[in-house]
Structure formats: structure tokens, C-alpha cells
Design a protein around this ligand. Structure first.
Ligand code: PMP
Length: 363
């Protein structure tokens, strides 16, 4: 029963939504959110603690974030003449981009291939835009013809393309992405979301000068700093100027700013962890593929999409074994009986494989 107050005030589509559910993982092996299982080494954490102790917390952040942006440009290979906008995670950047294009005088379409990261559709809906999802092909490639036809029909203001894609883990074909960027031309912005770029070692950053409607989004979350919430979007000055108008002031806090600058100074440590996770991914994929009835899809990210005989029963048995993964079965027809699992430490990966094997045997 909703009260009159809620009925009279809260938008009907918001009332109909459920919250972005994040289960309490205490006591669980947490393999559901693509986090890096490793902390920074203790020596670096102690050094960071000293930096944080010196942080100026009685003032607002310096609004230009000049030092942090400079470090991002330097470590990310942002091309000369391009800059970044910062967000409280790339989640916030997604909603900044969408709120800059969401019109009140006519329909605005946000598009992505599906299955896709859920926040593309959710943020579109929150901003009053229509979300159009274009199904991937059966092997999770972009359906180039369908994407181009949907672009011609719906004239999307923004197309999000995660590279690698979540939840499928694959890298889309570069030429397909370029065809989409070109088809959008000066009618739509293409956001290449490289949240998992550090694992794929592939990027569209160097294409920025070629396409004025291309922007590239990244995050520190998957690289080992999910807790600080820092995302960034590289683009040309003209687009950044507009996005900056809808960015909440001081959206990146001083503690995050200090921690992110520190992390970028030690990016080699984070990249080495990403390399270790990539190496683990191969072993995990091989162990899972050996299980009866299990299909592992190729991944260039720090997670695997896996088809099992019965995803609901596997997930409930894994939960009973205190292992948290993501059941993707209900998300999209292409993901029937699929689960998504983060690549973790050798010990946690083994615990997962053993528990999944046991769940298959007791079926
Ligand atoms: N993009 C993709 C493709 C993701 O999978 C995620 C996180 N699951 C994000 C963006 C959001 O990342 P952040 O933690 O920076 O908000």
C-alpha cells in the first residue's frame, strides 16, 4: 500500500521500479560485482594513509581537479587536445551524458546493444528518455545491420557500447563500432564504455581525434578501487563543455581525489594485478569448461559468462555454500541459464569451481 503522499509526489515510473539491489555479502566469497580481489600492497596503503591525513577536508574540492585530470590524461593516453570529465563512478558519468541530451520538448532515444550494462537503460528511464536495446547476435557480436537500421529509425542521441561488454565479456568488432560511430555522425554521441579496458588491453582512446561524436569512458572501479568511486570520460572540448554544465558541483570528493591521484602514481601495481587476474581467468575458464554441461564464453574482461544446465539451482546452491555470483538467466533471452562470475584469487576461484561441480552432481 502506497500512501497518498507517495502517490501524489513520486513519479509513477519510479514507484513501479525496484531499487538497484546490492545483496549484503558479509561472510560470502563475493564474485558478483567484478571487483579486484586484491588490495593495494600494505606499504602503499600506509603511504596513502599519510596522504589522506594531509587532505584538506574543511574546504570543498578544488573545482578544476587539475592535478587528477592531468594524471588521468598522462596514464590513460588521452590524445593531445582532449580532456576528461570526472564522475562519482562511471555510473554518474552515464547519467551526466544522458541528462545533457534528454529533451523535454520531444522524444529522446538512448540506445545500446543488449544484453548490456543495466545502468544504460535505467539512467535513460530516470531522465525520461526512451531506451532502445538492439539484440546482439547469438555469439554476442554486434548485429551491425540491426544497429544501423535502429539508428536510422530511432535517431538516438546517445549509443552506449561497452568494450568489452558486460555481461557477455567479449570485445565487439572494431569495424562494427566504427560503422556505428560513423552512422551516428553529427546526430548522435557514441559512448565507448571501457570499464574493463585494463583487462582487454584494447581501447578506442586513439580514435578520439578521428570522430568528433566519439567519447570514451573509463573507471578505476574494476582496476582495484571500486570503493573510491571514480569514473572519467575523455572527449573533445566542445562536448565536455556541455557535459560539465550538468555535472553536480564538487561531485568527486577530496578523499577520492587524493586516493585516485595516489593510485595513478602507482598504476603499474594495479596493472600487474590486472595481468594476474587475466592469467587466472584462463585457468578458471579451463576448469569450468571441464565440468559436464557447462559452456564458458570467451572473455576479455575480469569475469566469465558461463552457461550451466540450471542457473537458478546452481545459484541457490552456491549461495548456500556462501558464494555470491550473478544469475543472468532472466536478464535477456540470449542469457538463458547463464551465470556471471568475477575472476578472483586462485583460492576463491577453486572454491567456486568446487562448489559449482558439487551443485551439478547433486542436481
Ligand atoms: N560500465 C560497465 C560496463 C560496468 O560493468 C560497470 C560496473 N558494473 C560500470 C560502467 C560502472 O562502473 P563504476 O563503478 O565506475 O560506476
Amino acid at each position: 500500500m502506497t500512501s497518498k503522499l507517495i502517490e501524489n509526489t513520486i513519479r509513477p515510473d519510479v514507484r513501479a521500479l525496484s531499487s538497484y539491489h546490492v545483496p549484503d555479502a558479509s561472510g560470502y566469497i563475493k564474485l558478483d560485482a567484478m571487483e579486484n580481489p586484491y588490495q593495494l600492497p600494505e606499504r602503499l596503503r600506509n603511504e596513502l594513509a599519510m596522504r589522506l591525513a594531509d587532505a584538506v577536508l574543511n574546504r570543498y574540492p578544488v573545482p578544476t581537479y587539475a592535478t587528477l585530470k592531468q594524471k588521468i590524461r598522462a596514464t590513460l593516453g588521452v590524445p593531445e587536445g582532449f580532456d576528461v570529465i570526472l564522475g562519482n563512478g562511471s555510473d554518474e558519468i552515464i547519467s551526466i551524458v544522458i541528462s545533457a541530451v534528454a529533451r523535454t520538448d520531444r522524444r529522446t532515444v538512448i540506445m545500446a546493444p543488449v544484453p548490456a550494462f543495466v545502468m544504460f537503460a535505467r539512467s535513460a528511464q530516470m531522465a525520461g528518455c526512451d531506451f532502445v536495446g538492439v539484440p546482439l547476435t547469438a555469439d554476442f557480436s554486434l548485429d551491425r545491420e540491426a544497429m544501423l537500421a535502429a539508428i536510422a529509425e530511432h535517431q538516438p542521441a546517445v549509443v552506449f557500447l561497452a568494450y568489452p561488454n558486460n555481461p557477455t565479456g567479449n570485445l565487439f568488432d572494431e569495424a562494427d563500432i566504427e560503422a556505428i560511430v560513423e552512422a551516428l555522425g553529427d546526430t548522435g554521441i557514441a559512448v565507448v564504455d571501457e570499464a574493463y579496458g585494463p583487462f582487454a588491453k584494447a581501447s578506442f582512446m586513439d580514435r578520439l581525434p578521428r570522430y568528433p561524436n566519439l567519447v570514451v569512458m573509463r573507471t578505476l572501479s574494476k582496476l582495484g578501487l571500486a570503493g573510491i568511486r571514480l569514473g572519467y570520460l575523455a572527449a573533445g572540448a566542445e562536448l565536455l563543455e556541455q557535459f560539465d554544465k550538468v555535472r553536480p558541483p564538487y561531485n568527486v570528493n577530496v578523499l577520492t581525489q587524493v586516493a585516485a591521484e595516489f593510485a595513478l602514481d602507482h598504476i603499474d601495481v594495479l596493472n600487474a594485478q590486472a595481468d594476474a587476474i587475466n592469467a587466472e581467468r584462463s585457468g578458471l575458464a579451463a576448469a569450468l569448461s571441464a565440468l559436464p554441461g557447462v559452456t564458458v564464453f570467451p572473455s576479455r574482461a575480469n569475469f566469465l559468462l558461463v552457461r550451466v544446465p540450471d542457473a537458478d539451482s546452481a545459484c541457490s546452491q552456491l549461495l548456500a555454500d556462501k558464494i555470491m555470483i550473478k544469475n543472468m538467466s532472466k536478464m535477456h533471452g540470449l542469457l538463458a541459464n547463464c551465470i556471471r562470475v568475477t575472476v578472483s584469487t586462485p583460492e576463491e576461484n577453486t572454491a567456486f569451481v568446487d562448489a559449482l561441480r558439487a551443485s551439478l552432481e547433486t542436481r
